[in-house]
Design a protein around this ligand. Structure first.
Ligand code: GAP
Length: 500
C-alpha cells in the first residue's frame, strides 16, 4: 500500500507499543526528553550490540573504551568546546521563544498577511508569502515579535562537583564521547601495545543544551553516541593516498554499508560533504551520512578527519606527550584521527522509519515493522492457540522458557491468533511459534499430537510446521539469515499460507 509515514504515526506507534515514552509524562513531560520503554530499550541494546560486535569484536585493529561522562574541566578548554561549541541564538521579543539564528530559514513561518486582511498563514521554509511576496522578518513562531540580534550560546551543560557549594568545581556534562578517547590515547596505546593504524570505540551518553531540539528523538538534550577515533600515521601512504585520506574514504564506505547491512534502503541514504565554511574548527574534511526522515534529509552520522588537532591540544594543555613512536622511521609522530561518529537515537529513529510498512491483507490494514532480525526487540513470540487447554499452555510455556535462554521472547494468549500475529507484526517480531491442538493431540478422542509447532514468518506470513526438538535450531538458522524457502523445503509437508 503506497503511503508516506508521518512522524505523528510513528510517535503514536512508539508510545502505544512501548518503544518510546515522553519523559516525566505524569508531570506534564519535559521538553525533548524521552524514555525508552521495554521494546525501545531492547531495540537500542540490539543496535549498540551489533555496532560493537561489528566495529570492535570482529576487527583486529579496534579496541573499546568506556570513559567517564564527567571529565577534568580543562579537557573542554583544550578541545575548544569552551570557546567554540556555540550556536548563534536569537530571542523573540514578543513570545520569548528562542531560535538558532542560522536555522531560521529552515523552519516554516507564521505570517499575518496584509494583502489578505491580516489573515494568518503558515509559509513554507525559506519562501516568501504567496499573496504579498513578503519575506520573513519577524518571529517564525508567533509571527509578531521582532528578533534580538544573534548572540553566541554555549551548548555545554554545566554543573558543580563538590560538597561545599563555594568550593565546588565547575564541570561539564560531556557534549561528545570523543574527548574521553583522546585523553586515554596513551593509556590504551601502552596497555594494549597497539600499532598504527588502530581505533578506539566508545558508546555512551552525551549532552547538549540544544537551542532548538525536536523531531522526536532526532535532536534531544541527552542522547547516546557510538564513536570511533581511528588513529593513523600521517606519514604513511596507502594506495597512493595519504593514510588519513585513505582511511577517511574507507570509513565513509564502511559506515554507509553498515546501515544498509541492517536494513536501511540505499535510496534513503546519501552522503553530504561539509563545505569550507561549515567545517568544524578541528576538521580537514567531514562527510555526513544523511537519511531521508519524514521531515526531510537530515544528518544520521558524521565522518570527520580531525587531523592531529585533538592530540596536539591535549598534549599542550596537559604537558604530556601524546605521540606514537614510528619504529620504521625512528621518529615520534602525532597520529591523525578519522572519526566516524553516529547517534544511537538517530540510528534507532532511522531504522524504525525504514522498517515501517503498511499493507492490505485480505481487505484489512496490516502495519509491519520490517526490522532486521538482529535488531528486532523480540525475536520470537510464542502463542498458544487455546489458552484454556492445559496441555497446549504447558507445551507453549515450556517452549517459551527454552527459547528465552537464548533470545528475547514474548508470550501472548490475550487475543485470537490473527490479532496476536498483527500485534507482533507491528513491533517487528520476525517469527511467531504457535502451539495448537495438532501439536498436543486430543486425549478425549484418543488422538496423539504430531509434536510439531507452527513457525510463522513476519514478512511473507507463510507458515511451516516443525518438530519441537528441532525448533531452536530452525529458529537459529532463520534468525541468522537462513532462507525461509530452505526451511520449508525441509519440512515442506506442513508449509501453508497464514490461516489466522
Ligand atoms: N565527536 C563528533 C561529534 O560529536 P556531531 O556531528 O556533533 O559530531 C555526531 O555528532 C552524531 O551524534 C550526529 O551525527 C548525531 O547522530 C548525534 N547527535 C548529535 N547531536 C545530537 C542531538 N542533540 N540529539 C541526538 N543526536 C545527536
Amino acid at each position: 500500500m503506497a503511503m508516506s509515514l508521518t512522524m505523528e504515526t510513528l510517535v503514536s506507534l512508539c508510545k502505544r507499543r512501548g518503544f518510546i515514552f515522553q519523559s516525566s509524562e505524569i508531570y506534564g513531560g519535559i521538553a525533548s526528553c524521552w524514555d525508552y520503554g521495554p521494546l525501545g530499550a531492547e531495540l537500542k541494546q540490539n543496535i549498540k550490540r551489533a555496532w560493537w560486535r561489528d566495529h570492535v569484536q570482529l576487527r583486529p585493529d579496534m579496541v573499546g573504551l568506556d570513559a567517564s561522562i564527567l571529565m577534568h574541566p580543562t579537557v573542554w578548554k583544550a578541545s575548544g568546546h569552551v570557546d567554540h561549541f556555540t550556536d548563534p541564538m536569537v530571542d523573540c521579543r514578543e513570545c520569548r521563544r528562542r531560535f538558532r539564528a542560522d536555522k531560521l530559514d529552515e523552519t516554516p513561518w507564521t505570517h499575518y498577511c496584509s494583502a489578505k486582511k491580516g489573515n494568518k498563514f503558515a509559509v513554507p521554509p525559506g519562501e516568501p508569502c504567496a499573496h504579498c511576496g513578503t519575506r520573513r522578518s519577524l518571529c517564525p513562531e508567533c509571527g509578531k515579535g521582532e528578533l534580538t540580534p544573534p548572540r553566541q550560546f554555549n551548548l555545554m551543560f554545566r554543573t558543580f562537583m563538590g560538597a561545599v557549594e563555594e568550593e565546588a568545581t565547575l564541570v561539564y556534562l560531556r557534549p561528545e564521547t570523543a574527548q574521553g578517547i583522546f585523553v586515554n590515547f596513551d593509556n590504551v596505546l601502552q596497555a594494549m601495545r597497539r600499532k598504527l593504524p588502530f581505533g578506539i570505540a566508545q558508546i555512551g551518553k552525551a549532552f547538549r543544551n540544544e537551542i532548538t531540539p525536536g523531531n522526536f528523538i532526532f535532536r534531544t538534550h541527552e542522547f547516546e553516541q557510538m564513536e570511533i577515533e581511528y588513529f593513523v600515521n600521517p606519514n604513511d601512504t596507502v594506495n597512493g593516498k595519504s593514510a588519513d585520506e585513505y582511511w577517511h574514504e574507507r570509513w565513509i564506505e564502511g559506515s554507509l554499508a553498515w546501515f544498509q547491512r541492517y536494513g536501511m534502503r540505499a535510496e534513503r541514504l546519501r552522503l553530504r560533504e561539509h563545505d569550507k565554511e561549515e567545517l568544524a574548527h578541528y576538521a580537514k574534511r567531514t562527510a555526513d551520512i544523511e537519511y531521508r526522515f519524514p521531515f526531510g534529509w537530515s544528518e544520521l552520522m558524521g565522518i570527520a578527519n580531525r587531523t592531529d588537532f585533538d592530540l596536539r591540544q591535549h598534549a599542550q594543555w596537559s604537558g604530556k606527550a601524546l605521540t606514537y613512536f614510528d619504529e620504521e622511521r625512528k621518529e615520534h609522530v602525532v597520529p591523525y584521527v578519522i572519526e566516524p561518529s553516529a547517534g544511537v537515537d538517530r540510528a534507532l529513529l532511522a531504522f524504525l522509519v525504514d522498517a515501517y510498512r503498511e499493507e492490505e491483507v485480505r481487505g484489512e490494514r496490516r502495519v509491519l515493522l520490517k526490522l532486521h532480525p538482529e535488531l528486532a526487540p523480540v525475536k520470537v513470540a510464542v502463542l498458544p492457540l487455546l489458552k484454556k487447554r492445559e496441555d497446549i499452555v504447558r507445551t507453549a510455556q515450556g517452549i517459551r522458557a527454552e527459547l528465552a535462554r537464548r533470545w528475547a521472547v514474548s508470550y501472548d494468549d490475550t487475543a485470537a491468533i490473527g490479532r496476536l500475529y498483527r500485534r507482533q507484526d507491528e513491533v517487528g517480531t520476525p517469527f511467531c511459534v504457535t502451539v495448537d491442538v495438532r501439536t498436543v493431540g486430543d486425549a478425549e478422542r484418543a488422538e496423539r499430537g504430531d509434536g510439531r509447532v507452527t513457525i510463522r514468518d513476519r514478512d511473507s506470513m507463510q507458515q511451516v510446521r516443525v518438530p519441537i526438538p528441532e525448533l531452536r535450531s530452525v529458529l537459529q538458522e532463520l534468525l541468522d539469515g537462513g532462507e525461509w524457502g530452505t526451511v520449508t523445503a525441509r519440512f515442506g509437508a506442513g508449509a501453508s499460507p497464514e490461516a489466522g
